[in-house]
Design a protein around this ligand. Structure first.
Ligand SMILES: [Zn+2]
Ligand SMILES: [Zn+2]
Length: 148
C-alpha cells in the first residue's frame, strides 16, 4: 500500500475494472468495464443470467468472478468516459425471439448475436447485411427496470 496523499482526498480516483467472461471458463468473448467492482459484478450477473442461463450467483461464483477482475488493458481509452452498456434484442431484427444481449461495444454485440443466430436460428453465415441490421438495432441499454 502506498501512503495516502491527502491532496487527493475528497476526490476519489476512479479505477476502472475489467471482466472477461472467458476468465471464469466460459467460451465467450464478452467483456465489460466498469467504474467500480460493484457495477462490474452487476453487469456480469446480468450477462451470466441472460446468456449463460445462470439465474443466481453462488457465493463461490461471485468470489471467482471478483478474483478474475483485471485492471483494464487500455485504461487511457476509458479514463474520461467508460462506454455505456448497449443492448441488442433479437426481436428488433424481426425474429420471434426474446433473446437479448448486453455489451459495451457493437463489435461484442455482433459477436454474441452471431453465436446466437447460429445456435438458435440455424443461421451459419452471418452476412454483412445481418451485421448491419444488428448494428442498426443496437441501442443504449435502458436499464433493468425498463427492460422488464
Ligand atoms: Zn459470457
Ligand atoms: Zn433470437
Amino acid at each position: 500500500m502506498k501512503a495516502v496523499n491527502f491532496k487527493e482526498f475528497g476526490k476519489p480516483k476512479i479505477v476502472p475494472r475489467e471482466f472477461l467472461c472467458r476468465s471464469i471458463g466460459n467460451d465467450c468473448s464478452w467483456k465489460h468495464l466498469a467504474k467500480t467492482e460493484e457495477l462490474l459484478l452487476d453487469a456480469a450477473a446480468l450477462h451470466l443470467r441472460d446468456v449463460h442461463n445462470i439465474q443466481s450467483l453462488s457465493v463461490e461464483l461471485i468470489g471467482k468472478i471478483k478474483r478474475s477482475f483485471l485492471n483494464p488493458t487500455s485504461v487511457s481509452e476509458y479514463e474520461s468516459d467508460i462506454p455505456e452498456l448497449k443492448e441488442f434484442r433479437c426481436r428488433d431484427i424481426g425474429m420471434a425471439c426474446s433473446w437479448k444481449y448486453l455489451a459495451q461495444t457493437e463489435e461484442l454485440i455482433v459477436d454474441g448475436a452471431a453465436v446466437h443466430a447460429r445456435d438458435v436460428h440455424g443461421i451459419k453465415d452471418f452476412s454483412p447485411e445481418m451485421i448491419a441490421k444488428v448494428k442498426n438495432a443496437v441501442h443504449v441499454w435502458p436499464g433493468e427496470k425498463a427492460a422488464a
